[in-house]
Design a protein around this ligand. Sequence first.
Ligand code: SF4
Ligand code: SF4
Length: 289
Amino acid sequence: MSPEERHGEGPDSHPSSPQPKEDNASAQGRRMGERILQDAPRLGPSDEFRFGCHPGVSCFGMCCGDVNIVLTPYDVLRLRKRLGLTSSEFLARHTVIPFSKEQRLPVPLLKMQDDEKKSCPFVAEGKCTVYEDRPWACRMYPVGFASPKAGSGETPFFFLLEEEGCRGFEEQSTQTIEQWIQDQGIAKYDEMGALFQPLAFDQRLADGRELDPKQMEMFWMATYDLDTFRRFVLESTFLDRFDVSDEEVEKVREDDEELMRFAFRWLAFALSGKATMKLKDDANPESKS
Ligand code: SF4
Ligand code: SF4
């Protein structure tokens, strides 16, 4: 947890939204990314750092407010399930979408409450009430991960976010980056993140191509609003047009993670022209989506 920017992926981490003006959160994120690329010591998986966060630290729970937490599709999947909400309800209630001129896709931030501390909606009496399903960025803090722009000559690296007021760095416990990632249960988040990244960092978007409003809606539905995507698959003409096995249809119906994998494959087909889906022989190739 950190009192400030907590999107962790760093310099080239999250794409944009369709709004007309760059907002403070995106501008802060961009400035932070530039700072990290310049100044942050690069760490690898076996590098050690000293840090501990537990109810005994004097600042415990104080950092769960006034913070920019970028949500990944898998964060939304876990949180909305935890809260018993549909994806549309979760997105409407708990997210805002910032805008940056450099970013070309909609990616939501967790919406803080409108109180004096701008508290996270999930903190109560200093504790995280969604701890087992807390977002990737909350798990990772104080470790950040930077994926510099393709072609920049930089390689991905870890770094430490040392936020003012965080007493965790005064604790005696040490661990490697690798141990931290394991202890925080990040593997599943990274597995799903690795499937999302090629969509978010599609080369054609990096080259300046913009999605039209319909494509933007497709991206949003197939990444963040998965309950709507599920209905689109099961209740439209989708299954008349695409060659999808009965077993796969059942997984899409019953299993949220499988639905997400399927949605990413469809998006890669529909937006990037990848051969990740198969049309039925008699389907019109013009009507891919
Ligand atoms: S030690 Fe740092 S991360 Fe842990 S509660 Fe305190 S401010 Fe938050
Ligand atoms: S989700 Fe949990 S850990 Fe993250 S900011 Fe909110 S209360 Fe803190």
